[in-house]
Ligand binder design. Sequence first.
Ligand code: NAD
Length: 498
Amino acid sequence: MQTIGHFINGQHHDEHSRTQAVFNPSTGTQDKQVSIASAKTVEHAIASAQAAFPAWRDTPVIKRARVMFKFKELLEQHADKICELIGEEHGKIVHDAAGELQRGIENVEYACGAPEFLKGEFSKNVGPSIDSWSEMQPLGVVAGITPFNFPVMVPLWMFPMAIVCGNTFVLKPSERDPSATLYIAQLLQQAGLPDGVLNVVNGDKVAVDTLLHDHRVQAVSFVGSTPIAQYIYQTATANGKRCQALGGAKNHAIVMPDADIDNVVSSLLGAAFGSSGERCMALSVAVAVGDEVADLMIAKLSEAMKALKYGPYFDKNNDFGAVITAEHKAKVIAYIDSAEQQGAKIIVDGRQAAPTGYENGFYVGATLIDQVQANMTSYKEEIFGPVLQVMRVNNMQEAMDLIDNHEYGNGTCIYTRDGEAARYFSDHIKVGMVGINVPLPVPVAYHSFGGWKRSLFGDLYAYGPDGARFYTRRKTITQRWPTANVREGAQFSMPTLN
Ligand code: NAD
């Protein structure tokens, strides 16, 4: 059986340690296992990053950017291999993996612009013969901890930006699908990155806690579920580290009476069931304004759902694949059971899913639930499966109140033809990323990504301009080169220009 190790100081690294099973969710078989790093291995990775920092920090930014240009080329050249690794361990269909990779590459493209966005600010003559400028200096060793659902895109939100800014990095990917992440780290090495600038350790809480407590780690980026995000944020900041921790979600779509229902149905299908609903931006709740729109939408959705195909990741005809593990499949089914027990109506039931030839895979079929209420467990918690729940309200304000009262505030969307309603919605809704007739409003790489409320702990969003701020520290320098005629005596009052 293949054992997936770590990547430290430019070398494959393994230790005879604990291991954890890595499954192929499409078949339900275990073909690999991953080494679970001890604290000692993580400390070795931190020490490598620390040792690589001084030279990398002083490498001219254009040279750092050139490594990213080359990295982008290698990601494109090896796209098929990367998508295969994602599909094999995550279960998402290869065309969906290709979309994930492309969104990740866009972050590498943005990082290539570092010579421009790290220029800083300059003011000449802030006083007589005095100039002042602000620099964006790297922090040192920074750590990233990433979730299973985007094993390539979410790491690419983090390390290209951190590294191009002059930091060195220790990444702890999800232990459930680590191979694609390790593979892209090795591609960055091939692109010319010096040893030790990027290190990848596989592991669990032991590895994460080591990163959170080690004084050499200056900052921590986390993406994952909300309880862990909150723990990471509290622990990292209590240890004096900068932290951004992105958490879970419950994304609502408001369907207004004037919406184009055929458009709503086709976009909800992709946004709710694509990637088996294992996206933090998946639309998992459709809030219909009025029974008429609810009934029409449900009729059309349930008809369209008959045509959905699910199965193994390598069959491009499939719309979505398996969920990540057998335990997660059981959890998704338990949420559907609970909705039914608490009085909701199961319109399309995916609980018995078993595609022919892949009966042992971790499949849940697309599921549609009507009459969902705000006090139901399936509504309050994140399901993270191919489940779309429908709620019925009387007007747009009621729909907005539901969204505002939910603990999560990652993404949302309104379907309408009414510009005034859409503008009011985007202006007032308490959610970080808003779509207007756009179901998955994931910001492009040159904006930044983040939710509100318990979907993000920290002050800065991920990637884009906020990413550059997160991975750098401002330093402001005020300079004068005295000449004979500007020599002054001692001054005891606050210096001013008056
Ligand atoms: P998770 O929270 O279980 O794991 C995320 C990371 O934390 C992994 O690397 C894992 O090894 C580590 N971890 C798990 N338990 C830990 C513990 N007790 N102590 C320390 N570290 C621990 O999340 P997941 O199941 O891998 O990913 C799915 C979740 O991620 C969903 O909630 C989803 O909404 C969220 N997510 C959010 C975003 C976003 O941008 N807001 C993006 C993708 C995924």
